[in-house]
Design a protein around this ligand. Structure first.
Ligand SMILES: NC(=O)c1ccc[n+]([C@@H]2O[C@H](COP(=O)([O-])OP(=O)(O)OC[C@H]3O[C@@H](n4cnc5c(N)ncnc54)[C@H](O)[C@@H]3O)[C@@H](O)[C@H]2O)c1
Length: 436
């Protein structure tokens, strides 16, 4: 394919050189004359392992060149990959003027063009930017509609600086956000030689994925650092601790606990988080991220209460109340906290949980519930009574006893689903998934 790359920085130079190596004809576009000269001389404009050789090979084979003539670059290629910078402004917001300029240039170039052209955003942009900001500019400048003359997609870059040339053929995944199947296939074909999974999603999903990945990486590093800081202070080998934590691929390094939804709770997570952060405070070790976790978790319970209150009816049934399904352990259950908020705000709440029988509760479990939700005895009911009572049903657990209630939910019920129990089959559309 003939491809133009807008922006010859870290992303653009590597993408351009690697695509030329893969057999494409690549034209790099950049207003920076020094970068253009570098490429013309077969030199790399940036320091990156293996890039110098790739650029000199590509230029010598006449598969890679550079220009500041954007009109010609678009006219002579079938796809444009936008790789310009999106740095932070002093207040943290995303700077989009380079992107907007490129969209104007590509749009203007498309006005003259008869053949289809694919526009691909590879820069990191906040969800909504490609469709909300760049698409209108492209349409206005080109006088064409997306899908009728040009295609639009978002293809985030996941390569690590320093090893990006090596990573190029072997990325963690290739994400192509586009509303068009044809465009997905066209952009996938650019990366024909690349291994790994190709994922087709919406444009805004692709934009968000890039942020999710980078923030997750930042959070992982901070988790390891905060965990390690207190270990070190307590004379524990932090490296060994993290090494062993990472060996658990079942719960730790896995997709477990990685879905948006309701808050965590139970007799261990809150208690252990509190103990670790308290110990850190007594040792004068600051752990700001660990300290923020409980506050964020509490906020999730309050947000859920607000969503329930926004429905409008005070007749509510909570399906599941223990801290997770398959147990009668109510200690620090976020569903108990939710029930407490609703009762406090005057809601007429009933609770159904086949694992919880008030008469059978004892020990610390009973102490907790008598202190936190003294009304439990009165409001704990059977499934039929819960359904008959409520206008608003909240699925707090996903287990067979609750799953069999899903088809019984009536038209008059408003369902708020905290656990994806109703996210299947015919029931879709009748419920509001509180997956945030
Ligand atoms: N650096 C990375 O490892 C990396 C990884 C993934 C994603 N990203 C994202 O990719 C984007 C690019 O990052 P980068 O580090 O390559 O940026 P960079 O600052 O190194 O390069 C941007 C280039 O765009 C050029 N440019 C500016 N206006 C232009 C225009 N109108 N036409 C053509 N070129 C123009 C600049 O001259 C510069 O050469 C950013 O959104 C970044 O967040 C970067």
């Amino acid at each position: 394919m003939r491809i133009s790359i807008f922006g010859l920085g870290y992303v653009g130079a590597v993408t351009g050189a690697c695509l030329a190596k893969a057999g494409h004809i690549v034209v790099g576009v950049d207003p920076d004359r020094r970068k253009i000269e570098f490429i013309r001389q077969g030199k790399s404009p940036i320091v990156e392992e293996g890039l110098q050789e790739l650029i000199s090979e590509g230029v010598a084979a006449e598969r890679f060149c550079a220009t500041d003539d954007f009109l010609k670059a678009v006219a002579e290629t079938e796809a444009s990959l936008i790789c310009v910078g999106t740095p932070s402004l002093p207040n943290g917001s995303l700077r989009t003027d380079y992107l907007e300029n490129v969209a104007r240039e590509i749009g203007r170039s498309l006005r003259e063009k008869v053949e289809h052209h694919s526009v691909v955003v590879r820069s990191t942009v906040l969800p909504g930017t490609t469709e909300g900001l760049l698409k209108p500019i492209l349409e206005e400048e080109s006088g064409k509609k997306e899908g009728e003359g040009f295609g639009l997609s978002m293809n985030p870059e996941f390569l690590r600086e320093g090893v990006s040339v090596r990573d190029f053929g072997n990325p963690p995944m290739t994400v192509i956000g586009t509303e068009s199947q044809e465009e997905f296939e066209r952009i996938s074909s650019i990366y024909g030689s690349v291994s790994g999974e190709f994922i087709h999603c919406r444009i805004s999903t692709a934009e968000a994925i890039k942020y999710g990945c980078n923030i997750f990486h930042a959070l992982k590093i901070t988790f390891a650092n905060e965990m390690g800081m207190l270990c070190k202070r307590l004379g524990v080998d932090s490296n060994e601790v993290l090494n062993i934590i990472c060996q658990d691929k079942k719960l730790n390094i896995s997709d477990k606990y990685l879905r948006p939804g309701f808050a965590f709770g139970g007799s261990c997570l809150p208690k252990d988080l509190r103990a670790y952060t308290h110990k850190a405070r007594t040792e004068d070790v600051a752990l700001p991220v660990f300290e923020a976790v409980m506050a964020s978790n509490r906020m999730q319970i309050e947000r859920t209460a607000d969503r329930i209150m926004a429905v409008g009816s005070k007749k509510v049934a909570l399906l599941g109340v223990s801290f997770k399904e398959g147990t009668d352990d109510l200690r620090e259950s976020p569903l108990v906290a939710l029930a407490e908020i609703l009762i406090g705000r005057g809601y007429d709440l009933k609770i159904y949980d086949p694992n919880v029988e008030y008469a059978s509760l004892y020990g610390s479990n009973k102490e907790f519930i008598d202190r936190e939700l003294p009304h439990l005895k009165r409001i704990l009911v059977g499934a039929d009574e819960a359904l008959a009572h409520a206008d608003v049903l909240i699925f707090g657990h996903d287990a067979p006893a609750y799953r069999e209630l899903v088809p019984k939910v009536l038209e008059r019920h408003k369902v708020l689903d905290l656990v994806r129990i109703a996210d299947r089959g015919d029931f879709r559309g009748h419920y509001d998934g509180l997956y945030w």
